[in-house]
Design a protein around this ligand. Sequence first.
Ligand code: S3P
Length: 171
Amino acid sequence: MSSPVIVLVGPMGVGKSTVGQLLADRLGVGYRDTDDDIVAGEGRSIADIFVDDGEPAFRAIEKRAVRTALGEHDGVLALGGGAVLDADTRALLAGQRVVYLSMDVEEAVRRTGLNTARPLLAVNPRKQWRELMEARRHLYEEVATAVVPTDGRTPEEVTEAALDALELKEA
Ligand code: S3P
C-alpha cells in the first residue's frame, strides 16, 4: 500500500489537472486523475455514464476509483469535483496531504461556462455553480490540509502556493 504525496480536491474547472501535472513535475513524481481512471475503466465518457446510468451510478464507480487510486498511487492524485460528497471517501482522506484548490463562483462561471462535457453544468451554470459551491465548500474544507485560492492566479503561481502551503519546497 502506498499513498499519494498530494491529493487535489476542488470544483470542476479549478485547474486540478493542470496544477496537478505541474506539481508532479516539480516533485519528480507521477500524476493521476480519478476521472481518467473512470473513463479508462468504463470505456466511455463521464457524460455518457451520467446520461446512461445516472449520477448515483457514477458516484458508486467514482468511490471505487478513488479508493483504488489512494491505495496504489504515490504521486499527485486529482479527484473529481464531487468525490468529497461521499462520507467514506472523506474518511479515507483523513491523514492524507490534501490541497483544496478554491475559486469563487464568478470565476467558476467564467472558466467553465456552459459545458456539455460536464453534465452538472449543462444548463444555467451560474445558478448551478452557486448551489454546488454552497453544498460542497464545507466538505472541501473538511478534508483539506491546505486551502489554495486560485482566483486571478496562473497555474504556475497556484503550484508555488501549494508547495509553500505544504512546506514541500526545498530550502
Ligand atoms: C464532477 C466533476 C467532474 C466529474 C463529473 C462530476 C462534480 O470532475 O467527475 O463531471 O460532481 O463536480 P472534474 O472536477 O475533474 O471536472
